[in-house]
Each structure stands twice: as C-alpha cells, then as structure tokens.
Design a protein around this ligand. Structure first.
Ligand code: HT7
Ligand code: ZN
Length: 872
C-alpha cells in the first residue's frame, strides 16, 4: 500500500469549473454520464495529463468536445484514468456503469433498505465516476436523476430542483442544481420510496428556508426531535457566529446502513438513522442529546467545512475540530454547560489520551496516511476541538468571534489549511499564535506538573508549572506547547481568593488564565494570608495530564466547594481513583472508604446541585480511564476493584439511594429536556447502586421499573441493571425486551449492546451465538458496532479473557468483515492497537491477531494500515 505524505502536496493541475451528472438508476446496473468542463491551471505546463480518480468502475465511453476519444489519448489503470493532450479548456464526457446493490463497502453509491444513497467523503466519489477526487477541486454540480417512479418516487440531490418530468417505461426524472462550487466529497444523491416531514425556518435576514426530513415511512413518527434540533441549530449559528443558511432548502435523509454518524453533503445531509429517529418509548435521553448534537454538527459544517473547505485531507481537523467545538458549545447552550463539559472531557481522556499514548498516535494535523478513512479519529475530531477551544480561551469570546468572521470572509468558497484558520485569528486581533501552532503538529499528551510553595512571611504563593510531552511515533523531541491554564485559589474554608500576580498593582478577579509557554515557569501570587488550595485547569482549559500532589482533605474541600463543575467533579473522581488504584478490592470497605462515603452522602443530599451533576459526581471513574494510570492493564483487577467499591458504596448508603430514588419518581409525560433527563439519570444511578446489593428487594425494584417504564431511558436502565445482576428473571426480561422490539432495528441494537457489555462469565459464548441470530448482520455497521465493537471495546473483562478466545473470535470477525467493508473492519481492529499495555500472554494473543490481519491475502489498505502501525 502507498503512503501519502503532506510534504508532497501539489495544487491541482486542472480545474473542473462545472460538472453535469446524469444517473440512470438501477440497483444492479446504474449508468452514470458525466460532463466535465475542465480548464488547465495557469501554472500547469501544456501537455500535462489530466488525472481522474476511479475505482470499481466500468468505463463505457469517453469523448472530448463531442468526439469519441482515441484509445491512445487515455490510459486506464487501477487508480483511474489519465487523459493526454488536452486543450486548455474543453468538455470531457464519460459514461460508466456501477452496481449499487453490490456495493458492500457503503462508500460511493449503494442501496440501503432498497433505497439509493451515497457516501462520498473521503474518497467515495471515485466509486461513482472518474473525477479528480480531492477536496481542492471545487465545481458547480448539476445532477439529473432518472429512476422507476414506483420504486423511487423521491429523487434528491444537492441544491435546488430545477426541472422534473415523466419518462417512458414508468420512469421519471428530476434535475438539481447546486449554485455553490464544492468538492466532490460533498456530492450526494438519494432515491427511493421515502416519507418526509417538512417545516420552515426564516433566517435572520428574512429568507425562507424549507426544511425536510426523509425517512422510511414506518419511521415518520420519530422525526420531530430532529426537526426541532435543526431549527435550534440554525438559530444558534446565527446568534453565536452570525452565520445564516444559504440555500432555499435543507434536507436530511435517514438510512439504516451507514459507516459513520452522518454526512454534511451540501443541502442534503445523509444520516445514520440512529442520529435522527427518536420517540420516547424507543430512544433514551442520551439518544435525544446525541441527535441534537449530531444534527447541529452537520448543520454547522455548512460554514465550517462546506463554504470553507479543506485543501487536502491532512487538514481534516480544520473542519472537524472546529465543527466539534461548535457542536459542543451548541449542546452546552441547549442543555447544561457543566454536564456537557464533563462528558466531553471524559470522552477525550478515555479515548483520545489512549490513542495519543499508543502506536496510532498522530498530530491533529497528521503528516502521512495510507487510508484517509483511518484518520477520522478522536485526535482529529476531539483533540482538534480542544485546540480550537484553547484558542477561544486564549483570545476570549469577542476576539475569537472576530477571528472567525475574518476566516469566513477571507476564505469563503476556498479550500484552505489549519494555518489559514490560525492566520485569520491572528490578523483579526493583531496577536501572534506562532508557538500555539505546535498543537497542530505535535502528537502526544503533555504532562503538566505543578509544584507549590507558600511563604507565610511574604504572604506569597508560588506555582511552578512544568510541561513535558512523551515521545510518539516519528516524533522523539517536542517543542514546548502554549498552554492556557485557567485557575483560581481557595482558602481553607473553600472561599475564592482574589488573584494578584507578582508585579501587578491590584488583584484581577478570582479566576484567570495563566499562559505557560516555556518548559517551566513560576507564577507568584501576592496577599495570600494562609496556605491556599490551588484549582487548576478550570473547565479543563487544556488537553493535558495534570500532576499535582493534592492532599485528600484538599480534594474533599474542592469536591464540596469549587464552583467550576469540571474541577469540582474532578476532585471527587481523583479521590475515588486513588482508592481504586492503591488498594486491593477486598480492602475497599469500612474506615478506608469513609471519606468517600461522606462525600457521596453530601452530594446525594445536596438538593441545590443539578441532579445530572450529582449523578456524574456519584459515578465511579470508568475502567477505560483508570487504565490510563497503570503500567500494565489487568482488566479483571480494574473491574474487580470498581465493582467492590460500587458494592461498598451501595451498602453504606442504601437508605440514601432508596430515598433519592423514590424522591425522583415522576409521573408526568416524558420530556427529553436537560432537567428531566438529569433527574432520570440520577434516579437510574440510584437503581444501579441498589442492584449492587444483589437482594430480592433490589431485583423487585428493577423489575418493577422495567414493567412500568413509559420511556426507553427507564426501561433500558432497568434492563441493564438486571442483565448485570444475578437476578433469576434476567433471561426472561431479555427475551421479553426482544420480542417486544424485534421490529425496531435501533432498539434491537441496544439489546445487542447490553448483552455484549454484560460483565458475566458467559458473555463471549453469548456474543458468538448472537452472530448467528436473525437480529445480527455483518452487512450492517450498526449491528457490528452494537455487538462486536461493544464487546471488543466496551467489555474489557470479556475481550481480554486470559484464554485468548476473545481475541481469536474478534480477529476472525474482522478478517471476514474486511472483505465486505474495510472501513468498519479497520475501526473494529482498533481494539488491538494498544496490545503493548497488557501482560505478556495477552500481548502474544493480540499480536498474533494483528499479524494474521496484516498478512491476510487480499487485506484492505484500511486494515493493513491499522495492523501494521499497531505492530510498528
Ligand atoms: N464529515 C463526515 C465524515 C464521514 C465519513 C468519513 C469516512 C467514511 C465515512 C464517513 N461518513 C461520514 C462526518 C462528520 O464529521 O460530520
Ligand atoms: Zn464533522
């Protein structure tokens, strides 16, 4: 497989000014005619051939300016088509044939539940027709779709419909025109027998936009939340970024077969149905929140991605990091800011820190790849969002907005780089972010070590901050990062102290951002009457690991008094983590855990605190996060410790869990709003603790909740509690759930995941058996993620079973899957990448699977790259 390097980037030699596409849709043989209006770039020497990417295409004909092209003027190979001796401008017409129903990769044009749809990012367009499939070639698209009218009454593409009519043999056509030049990765078409709901949004400047959500007809009653989320997102982008929508219509289509979450195609977003469909009885609170977030994310791409796009795929975080930051802020504004931040930090620290410490570590702006699809990673997306967040923190909201305005103004209609983004922020504000750029180029998670010194005579408090970043593949030495450290000081009573740095005439508030630019810097605070408790990284102001030797009493103080939700939560998590990592499971009782018990009691009783924040504070650190703190991961040990502490807390506070559970009982109609969802979250956490008591009363409570639940959140929480317990009815309840929901594919996904993540000795056997169940299919990515990925990445005890059977099973599934859908196979293979973190026996078992994957005859580029880099 060929490696692509950023350093080899060359601007396109040829431009495509306009393209007309004509599709004669047929599931087994679709004919695609394309008319490419090309122009040689000014810098390109005459005689330079035009390269058109193409993959899995049957070429039927090619002509230039109306004349068939002689065979010696073009060359066809595995990568595409090379056309020679072209004039400076002209019209190239190409006809190809493709087979959508046989497209199991779900990249290009394929069918899902009998309907046609496309996925072109990153390099799927080349599987539709020959074209310069790179984001810096931007053209205006006109698309005509022809299809059987009864099978495909709905025919959609980007932009606005400009013509339609009847054809012979029961066929019909619609022509769509997209006035905005775009790269081909934003092309989309959808055709099928779909139902829709519609609505309208009037933009700030008074333009009317028609909104449509298309779904399979049986799902029409599950679209309202997505539509309401879309309107909120449109309003938010106007209010916060001054960005309006630019076409007359915005369409969303939900499909069941989709490799990722959703796709921001211009004016025609295509979504995995799990991020559209919601009804109180079928979707959980977190489904509702995810739908709002993903709908927002794809909508925000209209500016951060579509109007201004990426020059090349190394710049992916330009659109993804920025857009994730935008969707996180949107969700924070729509729900609870503190809860959102803690959730986002949890994802980052559990998944991205792990990636950054392993063989797949890469900078936010990677510098090489084999398969770009492997770089839609937590680093590019979530660390990329943290990088934008730091820019926001360093500049402040007004200056950040000024910079974004400048970026959109300067680069509207262009394909640009992350450097262009930072340049615009600098230019709009007259600042230098030279050193800050390291965040884009250097991989690895910096460690921030803090030493403190209090001088009672001088009444000064000195904080010495030192940064260090571990080596990552291909990067042994690192430059210091520019790190914003949002901080404050508290006195022994928990009160915030005014902050006056050495040399300042007066205090500047009680919270401020220190900027660490050197390897080590000391900040001295004055007028500090007694030794304070420092609070660092408020709002998790930088994606770093913090080393600060807090005393337990200080953590207890912060967990009770700190205002910043993240730091308050973090203090409690640190207390729990220390217990979990320094004592054997059997010691986690009595005196030792008393401070944690009291902290939990205090949180449970704190009626003034948002229930969702209480639930987060009462949730023990996850096994994935704990794993970041040990040299050799022993999954059973981490799980055992966490379970022991959960049981101990359950028993120590049983009356409190019960009282809180009962107090939060609700009888009104379901609403997904943040307050109601927060109450359900806390109540279900209480249930989770109560079931850890493993007695009849707890089982009855869970069974009662399961039977009487009026929404999926409560129903699933009860089922999950039961499935992870020894309750004798657990199998019967699982069966009941399946028989009730077997016709709803997204609910069945939850049923599969519950079983795959169950901490039970027979889980592997069950997962193996479920691969033969009618509810499972390797052809559907959601099923693969719900069963196989949930097991491999969400059930460490099951997957890492000492026998190695978990590795062999998942390895075999990956190899089978690779032949049909390499992107999904490669994503599943991520379960093996940090094999070096385990004991020698496990290392051998995981390594063997990686080697077998890498060396398999016909292995895909995607899977090869993951296996090879992991073994690296
Ligand atoms: N921009 C979208 C990326 C995407 C994708 C990439 C590779 C293969 C399949 C894919 N489907 C969607 C999603 C987003 O970040 O908005
Ligand atoms: Zn995105």
């Amino acid at each position: 497989p060929v490696t692509v390097y950023l350093k080899d980037y060359q601007p396109p030699a040829w431009h495509i000014e306009a393209v007309e596409l004509d599709f004669d849709l047929d599931p087994d043989a679709t004919r695609v005619r394309s008319r490419l209006h090309f122009r040689r770039a000014q810098e390109t020497a005459p005689g330079t051939p035009l390269h058109l990417d193409g993959e899995a295409l049957e070429l039927l004909g090619i002509s230039l300016d109306g004349e068939p092209l002689a065979a010696d003027r073009y060359r066809l190979d595995e990568a595409g088509l090379e056309v020679r001796d072209l004039p400076e401008t002209g019209l190239l017409e190409i006809e190809t044939r493709i087979q959508p129903a046989a497209n199991t990769e779900l990249s290009g044009l394929y069918t899902s539940s009998g309907n046609f749809c496309t996925q072109c990012e990153a390099e799927g367009f080349r599987r539709i027709t020959f074209y310069p499939d790179r984001p810096d070639v931007m053209a205006c698209f006109t698309t005509t779709l022809r299809a059987d009218k009864s099978a495909c009454p709905v025919l959609l593409s980007n932009g606005n419909p400009v013509a339609s009519g009847e054809l012979e043999d029961g066929r019909h056509y619609v022509t769509w025109q997209d006035p905005f030049p775009k790269p081909c990765y934003l092309f989309a078409l959808v055709a099928g027998d779909l139902g829709w709901i519609e609505d309208r949004f009037v933009t700030r400047s008074g333009r009317e936009v028609d909104l449509y959500i298309y779904v399979q007809k049986h799902n029409l009653d599950k679209c309202d939340h997505a539509m309401a989320s879309l309107k909120r997102a449109m309003k938010w982008d106007e209010a916060v970024y001054g960005r309006e929508y630019d076409l007359d219509r915005y369409m969303i289509v939900a499909v069941d077969d989709f490799n990722m979450g959703a796709m921001e195609n211009k004016g025609l977003n295509i979504f995995n149905s799990r991020y559209v469909l919601a009804r109180p009885d079928t979707a959980t609170d977190s489904d509702y929140q995810n739908i709002e977030g993903v709908i927002g994310h794809e909508y925000f791409h209209n500016w951060s991605g579509n109007r201004v796009t990426c020059r090349d795929w190394f710049q992916l975080s330009l659109k993804e990091g920025f857009t994730v930051f935008r969707d996180q802020e949107f969700s924070a504004d729509m729900n609870s800011r503190g809860v959102q931040r803690i959730t986002d930090v949890n994802i980052l620290r559990t998944h991205q820190f792990r990636e950054d410490a392993g063989p797949m570590a890469h900078p936010v702006k990677p510098d090489h790849y084999v398969a770009i699809d492997n770089f839609y990673t937590v680093t590019v997306y979530n660390k990329g969002a943290e990088v934008v967040r730091m820019l926001h923190t360093l500049l402040g909201p007004e200056a950040f907005r000024r910079g974004c305005d400048r970026y959109f103004e300067r680069h509207d209609g262009q394909a640009v780089t992350t450097d262009d983004f930072v340049n615009a922020l600098e230019a709009a504000n007259g600042v230098s972010l030279r050193q800050f750029r390291c965040w884009y180029d250097q991989a690895g998670t910096p460690e921030l070590t803090v030493e403190r010194h209090y001088d009672p005579q001088a009444c000064t408090f000195a904080l010495t901050l030192r940064q260090q970043c571990p080596a990552t593949p291909g990067q042994s030495a690192k430059q210091p990062f520019h790190i914003p450290v949002a901080m404050g000081l508290r006195d022994g009573e928990g009160r915030a102290l005014p902050l006056r740095l050495y040399g300042e005439a007066q205090a500047v508030g009680e919270s401020r951002v220190l900027e660490l630019c050197q390897e080590e810097e000391t900040f001295v605070f004055q007028d500090i009457a007694a030794e304070p408790v420092p609070v660092l990284l408020r709002g998790f102001s930088a994606p770093v690991k913090l080393n600060l030797d807090y005393r337990d009493a200080e953590l207890a103080l912060l967990s009770a008094h700190e205002d910043d939700p993240f730091c308050r939560w973090e203090a409690g998590q640190t207390l729990a983590r220390r217990l979990l990592l320094t004592h054997p499971p059997e010691a986690l009782t009595g005196e030792l855990i008393q401070p944690l018990v009291e902290a939990c009691r205090h949180t449970l009783d704190d009626a003034a605190l948002d229930p969702a924040l209480r639930a987060l504070a009462l949730t023990l650190p996850g096994e994935g996060y704990l794993a970041e703190f040990v040299d050799t991961i022993e999954p059973q040990q981490l799980h055992g410790a966490r379970e022991a502490l959960r049981r101990a807390l359950a028993q120590a506070l049983r009356p409190e869990w019960e009282a809180c559970y009962q107090a939060l009982t609700e009888t009104g109609p379901y609403s997904p709003d943040a307050a109601a969802a927060g109450r359900r979250r806390l109540r279900n956490l209480c249930l989770n603790y109560l079931i850890a008591c493993e007695d009849e009363a707890a089982y009855e409570l869970a069974l009662g909740q399961y039977r009487s639940a009026t929404n999926m959140t409560d129903s699933l929480a009860a089922l999950q509690a039961l499935v992870n317990s020894d309750c004798p009815q657990r199998e019967a309840v699982l069966e009941d759930f399946y028989s009730r929901w077997q016709a709803d594919t997204l609910v069945v996904d939850k049923w599969l995941s519950l079983q795959a993540t169950a901490a039970r000795p027979d889980t592997l056997d069950r997962v193996q058996a479920l691969t033969g169940h009618p509810a499972f299919s390797l052809a559907n990515p959601n099923k693969v993620y719900s069963l196989l990925r949930a097991f491999a990445q969400g059930n460490p005890v099951g997957f890492h079973n000492e026998s190695g059977a978990g590795y062999r099973f998942i390895g075999e599934q990956i190899r089978t899957l690779d032949a049909r859908n390499p992107q999904v196979a490669a994503r599943l293979a991520a379960a093996f990448t940090d094999w070096r973190r385990y004991n020698p026996a496990r290392q051998a078992g995981m390594r063997e699977q990686l080697q077998t994957m890498r060396d398999a005859p016909g292995v895909s580029r995607d899977l090869y790259e993951i296996a090879e880099r992991s073994l690296g």
